[in-house]
Design a protein around this ligand. Structure first.
Ligand code: MN
Length: 134
């Protein structure tokens, strides 16, 4: 058994090339690299969101608090709230983030491919896309 105290848990800002707006990433350590999974709590300020991206082996999001938006390429923008779980199939292009007037906190469970990759990043979600006008 090992207890990793909260003050030692790694928090970092979401990289500018992957996110729009203020995002904090909080990694949850897993016991072994054999798990082949990344577990991260993601804090989005109102209006903040990921860029378009895909996960080679898929992803599960679990909303912890707030109100968020999610969209797969070609689909409608959908609202997500605390307790909702969103599953993305391997290779399904999408974005996720906070609603314009609300913060969002979600847990992201993301499987690694054989190279240890969890995501392949694309273009930012434009203001028009985020507002559903394109
Ligand atoms: Mn994702």
């Amino acid at each position: 058994m090992e207890i990793l105290r909260s003050e030692r848990n790694a928090k970092r800002e979401g990289p500018r090339e992957w996110f729009t707006g203020d995002v904090v990433l909080e990694s949850i350590p897993v016991p072994s690299v054999d798990w082949k999974v990344s577990a991260t709590i993601v804090h989005f300020a109102p209006g903040a969101r990921t860029a378009w991206h895909v996960h080679p082996r898929g992803q599960t999001l679990y909303v912890l608090s707030g109100i968020g938006l999610v969209q797969r390429r070609g689909g409608p923008i959908e609202t997500i709230r605390a307790g909702d779980c969103v599953q993305f199939a391997a290779g399904e292009e999408h974005w996720h983030g906070a609603a314009p007037e609300h913060p969002l906190v979600h847990l992201a469970l993301t499987a690694m491919d054989d190279e240890g990759m969890t995501a392949v990043w694309g273009p930012q979600v434009s203001e028009e896309e985020y507002r559903g006008r394109s």
